[in-house]
Design a protein around this ligand. Structure first.
Ligand SMILES: *Cc1c(COP(=O)(O)O)cnc(C)c1O
Length: 392
């Protein structure tokens, strides 16, 4: 007879403590045990608050959602597994076969793909329009139009949508206005308090801020729309991981400081880059030579953001020389990292377009987008000056 082994299957109770943890606990549990079926009824019927199954919601997602709610000035936002999950749950939750959607023509690439390639397979048509022109948006509306999807600042040319005109249009025509506020963040453009019906974020970018989580967020004003988006998110399984939520919460504690620092850096770097002879054009909404500077001032000022773009005089050779000369500025197709990243749309986000299609947007082989980070400005100045000098 061997000694009975200790019971390892039953969980050991978590120790009580009169002192509290300062840091939000990470709760990876997928399942939650209720005391009895009556209690479970109470949970499902909203008489008491309790979690049941991780795909339907969990505490780390809720902590993060409440933080972003406060930034947008709303209530009841939903965390999703990625920014694209937020777009997907919104569009599939709110649209049905036979509906029509009007979208900005320079939206995030996958959002464009969803509208032009996926939604039509499910009987939903999309028309893409320049969002700097509210009259063109109005002209695209049909009796079947149900929703408008726009981003405030376009990628990568940083054009500024006519948000006031589009908001008025949505009100007049009874359309749902969905704003993907990823580039602007709630501090650059408080989309919800400025009239958006639904606000979307890729939390992956500036909000989480460290390029180590993939998450999204959706905030809907109308309770029925909020429920439709939530149910679609749960049904499609676009579940956020508790770990990612915990990491994003951690990132948000420094959002305020990153926001101020990165946009101050971006404004200064735009000036520095603009004076270099290798550069043909700088695009930064805070500069008077930006095509939408007045609108940017009215909508965003003084928070012109951390994104800037520039065009070199040269082509691909010049682009290669620039990235090789600044190996410590990550050449990576993302944005919103705590450190500066450089993206080259012709070889990444916009590689699917023809050279003519890119040229129409002003995206040449010498075009770069910079997501400016929190580095000391003198370090950025040194790196970009060396990189631009190497272009010759
Ligand atoms: C990155 C991005 C998305 C998609 O977010 P993921 O978290 O990568 O899925 C959507 N919209 C905009 C504007 C983005 O920049």
């Amino acid at each position: 007879m061997s000694e009975p082994r200790p019971n390892l299957v039953r969980r050991t109770p978590f120790p009580d403590s009169v002192s509290r943890a300062v840091v939000t606990p990470l709760q990876p549990s997928v399942v939650y045990a209720s005391p009895d079926p009556d209690a479970l009824d109470g949970q499902y019927e909203g008489r008491s608050h309790g979690y049941t199954y991780g795909r339907e919601g969990h505490p780390n997602a809720d902590v993060l959602a409440r933080m972003i709610d406060r930034m947008e000035g709303g209530e009841g936002g939903i965390i999703t597994g990625s920014g694209m999950s937020a777009v997907t749950a919104t569009l599939l939750g709110l649209l049905s076969q036979g509906d029509h959607i009007v979208g900005g023509n320079q939206l995030y690439g996958r959002s464009l793909r969803m509208m032009t390639q996926d939604l039509p397979r499910w009987g939903i048509d999309a028309t893409l329009v320049d969002p700097t022109d509210a009259a063109a948006m109005a002209a695209a509306i049909t009796p079947a139009t149900k929703l408008i999807l726009v981003e405030v600042v376009s990628n990568p040319t940083l054009r500024i949508a006519d948000m006031e005109g589009i908001e008025r249009l949505a009100r007049e025509r009874g359309l749902i206005l969905v704003v993907d506020n990823t580039f602007t963040t709630p501090y650059g453009f408080p989309a919800y308090t400025r009239g958006a019906d639904v606000v979307i974020h890729s939390v992956t970018k500036l909000l989480a801020g460290h390029s180590d989580v993939t998450l999204g967020y959706v905030l809907a004003r109308d309770a029925a729309q909020r429920k439709a988006i939530y149910d679609t998110n749960v049904t499609l399984g676009l579940t956020p991981s508790p770990w990612d939520c915990w990491m994003a919460e951690r990132g948000l504690y420094t959002f305020d400081m990153r926001f101020e620092r990165t946009q101050a850096n971006a404004a200064a770097l735009a000036e520095i880059v603009s004076t270099h002879e290798a550069v043909e054009r700088v695009l930064y909404p805070g500069r008077p030579d930006h095509p939408d500077h007045n609108r940017a001032g009215a909508l965003l000022g003084p928070n012109f953001g951390n994104m800037l773009s520039f065009r070199l005089h040269g082509g691909r050779e010049a682009a290669n020389a620039l990235t090789r000369a600044a190996p410590l500025v990550a050449f990576a197709p993302t944005l919103g990292d705590v450190g500066t990243t450089l993206s080259h749309p012709a070889s990444s986000s916009h590689r699917g377009l023809t050279p003519e299609g890119r040229a129409a947007l002003g995206i040449t082989e010498g075009f770069f987008r910079v997501s400016v980070g929190c580095e000391p400005l003198d370090l950025l100045t040194r790196d970009f000056t060396a990189a631009l000098d190497a272009v010759g």
